[in-house]
Design a protein around this ligand. Structure first.
Ligand code: SF4
Ligand code: SF4
Length: 414
């Protein structure tokens, strides 16, 4: 018997047409949703991707997205997330190969390659399901405090699990009914095929039901991706790849923003952020790692870096004033310690966003008048008193303050 994939085993031609119609509808909804988000990002100021730093970005991508090093601290969550991410990626690549084999009529899924394909996908698929089930249980337990308990998150997890289990059920029935000699290359499906033999529920007659439900769940999930936080499966790796790689504590330079009425340095409304900054907020997985390390948040203050990111993301549909959804108090409470940036597994730079907004909030509401005056003098006269250059050192008279100019040793250590 020829070794090759029989993608539409036991599925009538009419049902195959329906499959393609539904797949088309799900793809159109997905593309429309993604395009909507893309248009919103582009309403921000234009910031170019720094392709010249591509090498840095790729090594950063390999660290964060492939090896997921930032998840190491939390071994259990890190392992589960790897199982889900690697499993998802393998299943996605597997589906693309089926598409090429079946719809482009390029016969790649046959012979030895197909056997290895089956083995790899069976193993990664199992890891995917185990990771998801473990995630489902510990979300409500160990990570209850860190994670938001949203019903949608549970729905996504259950949908993914149903899709994974549905895939194995259809495989198990097919292998049980066809008795192909290479069935053991799909170890999970093979084991199920033995369980299913003689079963009333899992046989050739019920195959259509299991196959159809598996496909429908997958289509629903594909269509939901760009309209929910699931979008992060695309935007998180994308953000890691294209966001500027910086050292911890290195902040964005102040940029002069111009509009019809005035020049300003602060981000006052949503579209004052750059396109890449807006995209980065869509990468947030709502994991709460930033909140967990934020000194302001830990000391019971209003500031929660995850909330800041989520609020920008939720208000991206129009050019709202930042002050209408983020309070000056929250912005003031940030110490710029960058702990949140360090903890974020998807490379979101909270500090640059907060500083950009705070520049607007500070002068009017937060800064005490004396400090404001001192800062203005520092900017104009390079000293906080506003003294002319010739009088800059007057305050040192009689205080025996060492002056670098008079020192013989002018090295940095001096
Ligand atoms: S930089 Fe600001 S928001 Fe981030 S952890 Fe430090 S205090 Fe919190
Ligand atoms: S900003 Fe980063 S660390 Fe914070 S919740 Fe989102 S993904 Fe997690």
């Amino acid at each position: 018997m020829e070794i090759r994939r029989d993608t539409f085993w036991n599925i009538s031609p009419e049902m195959q047409i329906w499959f393609y119609v539904l797949a088309g509808v799900a793809s159109v909804i997905f593309l429309y949703g993604f395009y909507r988000r893309y248009r919103l990002w582009n309403r921000g100021r234009k910031e170019k991707i720094q392709w010249k730093n591509l090498k840095d970005n790729f090594s950063y991508f390999s660290r964060l997205a492939v090896r997921q090093t930032k998840l190491k601290k939390d071994k259990l969550a890190g392992t589960m997330h790897k199982m889900i991410a690697y499993g998802f990626t393998a299943l996605f690549i597997g589906t693309v190969l089926v598409f090429i084999d079946q719809d482009f009529r390029i016969p790649i899924l046959q012979g030895k390659f197909y056997l290895i394909y089956e083995l790899v996908l069976d193993i990664f698929g199992l890891a995917f399901i185990i990771g998801l089930i473990a995630f489902l249980f510990i979300r409500g337990g160990k990570f209850r405090r860190r994670m938001l308990q949203s019903k949608m998150d549970y729905l996504f997890l259950i949908l993914f699990i149903l899709i994974g289990i549905g895939g194995y059920i259809t495989e198990g029935i097919r292998l049980s009914e066809t008795n192909i000699h290479y069935a053991h290359w799909s170890p999970v499906g093979y084991a199920l095929s033995h369980l299913f033999s003689g079963s009333m529920l899992f046989n050739g007659d019920t195959y259509l039901f299991w196959w159809l439900s598996h496909a429908l769940f997958a289509f629903v999930l594909i269509a939901m991706i760009p309209f929910t936080k699931l979008l992060h499966v695309i935007t998180a790796p994308l953000n890691i790849l294209i966001s500027p790689v910086k050292r911890t504590g290195e902040f964005d330079a102040v940029v002069l923003l111009k509009d019809d009425q005035k020049e300003r340095v602060a981000v006052e409304s949503v579209y004052d952020f750059t396109n890449l900054q807006l995209l980065s907020t869509d990468a947030c997985t709502e994991c709460g790692r930033c909140d967990q390390v934020c000194p302001a948040n830990l000391s019971g203050k209003d500031l929660a870096p995850r909330n800041i990111i989520m609020k920008i993301r939720e208000n991206m549909h129009e050019n709202k004033l930042i002050s209408s959804f983020i309070s000056a108090e929250e912005l003031k409470q940030c110490t710029n310690c960058s702990a949140c940036v360090e903890a974020c597994p998807v490379s979101i730079n909270h500090v640059d966003l907060i500083l950009a907004m705070r520049r607007g909030a500070l002068p009017e509401e937060l800064l005490n008048p004396h400090a404001e005056e001192a800062l203005v003098h520092l900017g104009h006269d390079q000293n906080i008193w506003g003294s002319p250059w010739s009088e800059r050192e007057d305050w040192t008279r009689g205080l025996n303050v060492p002056v670098l100019r008079d020192s013989k040793n002018t090295s940095k250590e001096a």
